[in-house]
Design a protein around this ligand. Sequence first.
Ligand code: NAD
Ligand code: DAU
Length: 357
Amino acid sequence: MNFKRNILITGGAGFIGSHVVRLMVNKYPEYRIINLDKLTYAGNLANLNDVEDRPNYRFVKLDICDFEQLYALMQELRIDGVIHLAAESHVDRSIKEPFTFARTNVMGTLSLLQAAKCYWESLPEGFTGKRFYHISTDEVYGALEFDDRLFTEQTPYNPHSPYSASKAASDHFVRAYHDTYGLPIIVTNCSNNYGPYQFPEKLIPLFINNIRLRRPLPVYGRGENVRDWLYVEDHARAIDLIFHAGKTAETYNIGGFNEWKNIDLIRVIIKTVDRLLGNPEGYSDELITFVKDRAGHDLRYAIDSTKLQRELGWEPSLQFEEGIEKTVRWYLDNEAWIEQVTSGEYARYYEAMYHDR
Ligand code: NAD
Ligand code: DAU
């Protein structure tokens, strides 16, 4: 079958990537969507059960650090667009294993850039009609004080964790490939995502699951830190829009203007889980356990996505209360998924985290 486009999505078996793959496979039957993923502890093909048999979907198990294989794959499948999400993504892990983060996030991104550049340069039309879209995070901008303004696209980079430092380095490489070689890139920086299929080491799914199991809820520090939350399907819609309509070499911030202090968010989660499980109000409040703060814990992230809203007309579709309700229901209805992804390697990691405290 001849496809109109051949789009390589890296990290498609992870949380956000699986939503992007699903959206594009369903919305564009005329495109071939190639999901490239190493399947680390965070990648799970069960996230894509509903699209795996589609004729326009293909999975390739590969490490983004493997330049030779990436180059061969791009040639073989005539890739003309890349949406790059593969990364090590959990801040706490980056504090314990910084080398893994530098390897995947920096060297992996560099391998992918180089493979795309070499392959596209070898074609008669060169970079025409090509796009390399790199998914980044608001954490590269550093941390805000409570009374600071929001992060804009002009905010200078000031990363603090090994995770955000590795993402910042990868963003710089992506922009350098445009400025040096003319690679048609685009970068977006998004705020905290939540929703189905997020690995339950991140705050929201971890706490929903712990409430279900009546385990302690480890709140770092005093729970004063602020995050800006966006429902994952709204991020996936933004990625689709920007991939098709964004301007080459531009940066767009993505966020829902939805800031929450951790402890307030945690109380909403407890209330929602208790209500849906039929527990009396306040039943799980006693699980809140204040623990040692995360090292270098950024106080506040808040993203200004005015440019995206103004120039491309994107806006979030879900109110936060609605998004949280959907999310809690999904995790409560999908215990088997949680059991599957938290067995084995994650169980050992979780034990070690607690042992350290
Ligand atoms: P995730 O950890 O859920 O998924 C990452 C995926 O990448 C997994 O499927 C994993 O198997 C794959 N992967 C890891 N190393 C790989 C390698 N060497 N080669 C190939 N595949 C590899 O991550 P996520 O939360 O879905 O984040 C996706 C992207 O979005 C990341 O780049 C992250 O920095 C960025 N981001 C995440 C958030 C968020 O709130 N989760 C917010 C903004 C930006
Ligand atoms: O801002 C975007 C970023 O959001 C993404 O780039 C990252 O990939 C993603 O992991 C996320 O980073 P955070 O560190 O903000 O997310 P996390 O879910 O780990 O933590 C959210 C907040 O909750 C943070 O202030 C730390 C706190 N926390 C987290 C965990 C896991 C706790 O208090 N207890 C916990 O057990």
